[in-house]
Ligand binder design. Sequence first.
Ligand code: CA
Length: 225
Amino acid sequence: MRILVVEDEEAIADIIATKLRREKYEVDTSFDGEDGLYNALTNIYDLIILDIMLPKMNGIEILKELKENNINAKVIILTAKSELDDKLKGFDTGANDYVTKPFHIEELIARVNVQLRSKGNNNVKDILEYSDLSLNIRTSTLTCLETSEAINIPYREFLLLEYFMNNREQIISKEQIYDKVWGIDNDYESNNLEAYLSFLRKKLKVIGSKVNIKAVRNLGYKMEG
Ligand code: CA
């Protein structure tokens, strides 16, 4: 499997590349947007790790070009926490997942493994259904059965959605969600969950589902549809 890392901070690019090579991936690096696009258009990559803020051409522009040129590599966006809008633009243009800077290299590697495993692994074949929703566990694709619209769900939102679908029509507390989705040891920031939930709600709306995740005052959240 071959991965392209597009990141203008060369030290960061090198750390990522070194770690990925230890995981037995083939890795190339680009340090600006133009070179990144040039490499990506060769269409030899299974996955691209793409920084958003880049010299010469930014990550969002690169994503658009990839789409127009039918490059079907998986894409994981790297973005600063303050660039929430950029993340959303990223999903509209077809990124599969994102990691906010600063990030733990182990987390990035885990995301890479999730994306690349879902591509070729036929052992796991699982569909989770609720109301008009069908979630493909293997490909992280969420389909609305009424509209036939589908959307790819990035890693963390996928964990959230899976948890809600498995506990549909039940009130789930914030603490339960953090433990399940972020892990017990995680030093989360209290506003992260709201952001992820709003991404998820937006996607439910985009595919035309009637399912909603409602806030239940002082208690938590509940999936209804
Ligand atoms: Ca940058």
